[in-house]
Design a protein around this ligand. Sequence first.
Ligand code: ADP
Length: 483
Amino acid sequence: MKVLSVASEIYPLIKTGGLADVAGALPLALSAFGMETKTLIPGYPAVMKAIGDKAEKLHTFDNLFGERADVLSARHAGLDLLVLDAPAFFNRFGNPYNAPHGEGYSDNWRRFGALCKAAAEIASGALPGWEPDLVHCHDWQAALTPVYMRFAETPEKPSILTIHNIAFQGNFGIDIFPWLGLPPHALAVDGIEYYGNVSFLKGGLQTAWSVTTVSPTYAREIQTAQYGMGLEGLISARAHTVTGIVNGIDTDVWNPATDDSLVSRYSAHKPRAREPNRQALSERFGLDNDDSPIFCVVSRLTWQKGMDILAEVVGDLVAMGGKLAVLGTGEPGLEEGFRNMVRFYPGRVGTIIGYDETLSHIQQAGADAILIPSRFEPCGLTQLYGLRYGCVPVVARTGGLADTVIDANPAALAVNAATGIQFSPVEPWALSHAIRRTISLYNNKKAWLGLQKQGMKSDVSWKASAGLYADLYRKLDLMVSKP
Ligand code: ADP
């Protein structure tokens, strides 16, 4: 099958979150299932620089939302890319969505509307020699694609919309509607109208043939008022077309047996070779070099990630004999709070404010456990890295965290199935209790080693999930009547 993937970011070219990882990894994993994917992405400066003069012009839109735009074809890092070269929209440095002062660009609806319109035209056969059988869109920035496809004159092709985080919806004032080039009846409850405004995500949820999200638990959660962010009614109404498929990770980049960032490389057969990494981590974070357990955090320091809840129980963690190494950036109050704790608890808490990919590997290889007390977590990646690196995940029982970590309850421990610790609700007392359970398991060396080894054996690659996406693609393809 030929698949057009549409995404506003893609690893390794441009990344702000998990969406880029999925957009970058899935095409490669899907090729093993006979899927040929081309990914349409905006021509940001970083993308244009990476493809350089290797790109070939395939098509020109003379008037795409009032601007001229070219579709370029290029290969990069094993990916087949279609780059929408529209300097008026995308030739902006820095964050792909936000102006330097941090607010979203005021013309984001035009920028990503143009991306979606171009995608729908490609779906209808705008490119010479290549026409997709199916279109797979990611998040609100691509969500208008199935809307354009629904209202196009050509026969509609199957479409999938994947939600990576329902908190981001692409909602705009109703005054943009006339500029979108959609027929009047698209501005309706079964179109893109949303409480008197226009919503890209809502339009996509309404019109995509199938909706997926990045874990089965999150797929259920977003059908409830607590997690659905206003879209729960629509998602519940379409529940029969909604599935959850967990993300995988790049098991070559995240492989403790070959990872160049580590002081000492190791595997599930030699977990004790982690020790030098543990010492390196202690030194880096100024922690006491003793046997007590090191908990780590690699995270955005935000409310979603439950970092305020963690801040409340750091005193308990230290009193129970634990140590804490925090790496993150985020809300200024939380950054300040974790920085201050280093002075309150010298040798027991270390904080590094910043984004440091190499250090994040060292943490997974050196810490004993990773704390992930998220209020919601569509999938989450750091618990998957933790599993692979023998850094036992201690997670809130929500979204992908609930689906990928097996709690060390007595039954799971008895059959050697446990891979981490789960807790619920996401409240300070429950997190504190989970830390107590973790420390008590840590003090039982046999049980702890079992937990680490079982985690390291978990399949966190893309293989199984790519197979599920391929099954879904084929199922949708069967719904198309062939001439
Ligand atoms: P989200 O996308 O919601 O931030 P995920 O767990 O899905 O959460 O992905 C976060 C990614 O960002 C992971 O790859 C994690 O290792 C990385 N990360 C987060 N904060 C930092 C940091 N301060 N330094 C290095 N890597 C980080």
